[in-house]
Design a protein around this ligand. Sequence first.
Ligand SMILES: Cc1cc2nc3c(=O)[nH]c(=O)nc-3n(C[C@H](O)[C@H](O)[C@H](O)COP(=O)(O)OP(=O)(O)OC[C@H]3O[C@@H](n4cnc5c(N)ncnc54)[C@H](O)[C@@H]3O)c2cc1C
Length: 236
Amino acid sequence: MKKMRMAHVAQIEDISPHMRRIVLKGDDLNDFPTGKEGAHFKAIFPQTGEAIPKLGTYPGFKKWMRSYTVRRFDDQSKALTVDFAVNDHEGLATNWAKHAKKGDLLGVAGPGDTKYTDYHAAWHLLVADLTALPAAGAIMEKLPKTAVGTAFIQVPTEGDKQVIAAPEGITINWVINRDLSQKALLQAVENMQWLEGTPAIFIAAESSHMMAVRQYVKTKPGYSKEQTYASGYWKI
Ligand SMILES: Cc1cc2nc3c(=O)[nH]c(=O)nc-3n(C[C@H](O)[C@H](O)[C@H](O)COP(=O)(O)OP(=O)(O)OC[C@H]3O[C@@H](n4cnc5c(N)ncnc54)[C@H](O)[C@@H]3O)c2cc1C
């Protein structure tokens, strides 16, 4: 298990109707590694009726953890920015984010490694739903200026589009869809013009949606398993 740190909520901002940005601070973040934007960590939430998350490993500790993404880490102010998708569903993490107040405590285990396979690939394809928008956004902001490719990002409403500092050659297509019985990301990828050469591919979304897109890209010219990262971020 990676290092666990205690952090507190320093700032809360609803950056769109379904995305709540929470900035975490605290002395434990003084040695948080830099350059991990787009990598995941495990958020450790307080147990029912508690205010302080219990750090460490003990029977059942995973029940209180969920995966989140380092959207930004400011090494000067030691501030860790995390974007929480807040949909209509109820869940430990989402409920915590919805009700968070300044000073609330959250455990942070990790971060892991950034999973993008090749920042210098011939071209890039990123496919993400709302939960993977923080990761896709962080990856696009790390790509070299000369990078080319396409991103498909599914968000529930027009208002959930974000400004992402992606290279000019990366076209961001917002897939507006709140009906998750529709495989809208797959449809969008099926309709795109496939570029030449081997792409680096990032697919992260609800599991069945991720699998549908992964199945499709496998059939395309230039597909490389080694250059593809595909992960189910949550399950319907
Ligand atoms: C590597 C990785 C990185 C991630 N990074 C982020 C991130 O930066 N921001 C982010 O918002 N999420 C992120 N996620 C997704 C997040 O971990 C899940 O959405 C998580 O299950 C939410 O926890 P919860 O306690 O709210 O719901 P849970 O207790 O896990 O689930 C409760 C119910 O809610 C449903 N549910 C869970 N998530 C959603 C959802 N997004 N929409 C609709 N229904 C849902 C489940 O199907 C279940 O029925 C990431 C996941 C992974 C694997």
